[in-house]
Design a protein around this ligand. Structure first.
Ligand SMILES: [Zn+2]
Length: 188
């Protein structure tokens, strides 16, 4: 058995000991969508190698925000890396991938999935979550964890965080895949 854990039909997570990170991967028909790319190049390369245990498909990365532990591992020549436009500045603990592109779409159609891109500022100004409404899968980055919420003292904003959390609460998600720690399943 490989150490990826399937939380939804084709949605996988894998935990790494460094900062107890949890990385998501959504296997589509032609490509695999990787959520966050880890802190160092070595770690990111390990992640891409680990993905090969799931699929040989080419990958595209969406970073939930620009903190170094989520976006820092990207090599300068990686082209298919996306980040929300509000995180393209020199914020604290930020590491913006050299060739990152702005997420300027509202949904990602991925094989049988349709992920809504939710702009959920608070942890950082450009934090995003991805939500698959039909399957109730919420990939929440550092905005929402199984046991709490993301810090707002690392370049974030408390008022925006509260607003974003209210928005997430209304979604009625069933599976939560945060950027660190445990996933949370079967909540309706
Ligand atoms: Zn963060």
């Amino acid at each position: 058995m490989h150490p990826w854990h399937e939380v939804g039909d084709g949605v996988f997570v894998r935990r790494y000991p460094f900062l107890d990170q949890t990385i998501g991967a959504v296997v589509g028909l032609e490509r695999v969508l990787v959520i966050d790319t880890r802190a160092t190049r070595l770690q990111a390369r390990e992640l891409i190698r680990d993905l090969r245990q799931l699929t040989q498909l080419p990958w595209v990365a969406a970073n939930t925000h620009a903190h170094f532990d989520h976006a820092g591992g990207v090599d300068d020549d990686w082209k298919n890396v996306y980040l929300h436009k509000d995180d393209f500045f020199d914020g604290p603990y930020f590491k913006i991938p050299a060739r990152a592109k702005e997420i300027n779409f509202k949904t990602i159609q991925w094989g049988k999935f349709e992920f809504e891109i939710l702009h959920t500022p608070g942890h950082t100004l450009g934090s995003i979550c991805l939500f698959e409404r039909e399957k109730g899968v919420l990939i929440s980055g550092d905005t929402l964890f199984a046991d709490g919420i993301g810090r707002t003292d690392l370049g974030g904003d408390e008022k925006l965080m509260v607003k974003s959390l209210f928005r997430l609460r209304k979604l009625g998600w069933r599976v939560l895949c945060p950027g660190h720690g445990e996933t949370c399943e079967n909540r309706c």
